[in-house]
Design a protein around this ligand. Structure first.
Ligand code: IPE
Ligand code: IPE
Ligand code: MG
Length: 240
């Protein structure tokens, strides 16, 4: 495929399960903390690459509701790294047209993370080049339940409820479903990520640990994606 036809088949929305920080560190005789620090650098470079490529939506699975069960020191470190990352990146995000969004309930996050998230979401809210959604304190099942609760509270009659109405109640709201979901580290599972939105996503699994996932690794995923045939239940002829 030529580079121009590859460009025309770029996903609008990429979602990433950034996995393997701990194993990356262990392989090098480093602490898990060092793995997470290296993971932040990888996230930084992938955000920049998506911006460069003109991809409008990027969702990063940053912390699941299940991740609260990890050792307290690891949880604290993860939120400290997140807080530092947002402090460091706020100016660049504003300058480069990046909008920050969160999928998950911010109220349960540590105070410092919550306040910087709120601030950066506000200061970047008018930006539109690239929307970066951080899935934080996120659970796909909980997101669906939360939407159901909201629908019930609004008193919809069952016959009036449509997919479009339901979708608006998800954290993703009007954001298009992910075209491509990447999971690093060799695991091939969804781990409670975007359960409703992934109905017709293309999946890309790579053995690369997240800290080693480079712009070149992203390009490999994009090349693979460009060669997929998305049929949405129809025949190949109908889609061509
Ligand atoms: C991903 O790396 C980061 C988070 C889940 C927060 P892991 O910490 O899960 O790394 P492994 O899976 O232990 O290697
Ligand atoms: C998924 O990774 C969550 C994030 C990347 C934030 P995990 O490492 O928590 O997932 P499992 O435990 O391997 O399924
Ligand atoms: Mg993991």
């Amino acid at each position: 495929m030529t580079s121009s036809s590859l460009m025309s088949k770029l996903p609008r929305h990429i979602a990433v399960i950034m996995d393997g920080n701990g194993r990356w560190a262990k392989q090098r005789g480093l602490s898990r903390s060092e793995g997470h620090r290296a993971g932040v650098q990888a996230a930084r470079s992938i955000v920049k690459e998506c911006l460069r490529l003109g991809i409008p939506y990027l969702t990063l699975y940053t912390f699941s509701t299940e991740n609260w069960g990890r050792p307290q020191e690891e949880v604290s470190l993860l939120f400290k790294l997140l807080t530092d990352f947002l402090h460091d990146e706020e100016e660049d995000m504003c300058r480069n047209g990046i909008r920050l969004n969160i999928f998950g309930d911010p109220d349960q996050l540590p105070f410092s993370a919550r306040s910087i998230l709120r601030r950066v979401m506000k200061s970047t809210s008018a930006n539109s080049k690239l929307t970066v959604n951080l899935a934080l304190n996120y659970s796909g099942r909980e997101e669906i339940l939360r939407a159901v609760r909201s629908i019930l509270r609004q008193g919809y009659s069952p016959d009036d409820l449509t997919e479009a109405i339901f979708q608006k109640e998800l954290y993703s709201g009007d954001i298009p479903d992910p075209d491509l979901i990447i999971r690093t580290s060799g695991e091939q599972r969804i781990s409670n990520f975007l359960l409703f939105q992934c109905a017709y996503s293309e999946f890309y699994f790579t053995p690369v640990y997240w800290p080693d996932f480079s712009p070149e690794s992203l390009q490999n995923a994009l090349n693979d994606y460009a060669n997929r045939s998305r049929r949405y239940g129809l025949t190949e002829e109908q889609n061509s």
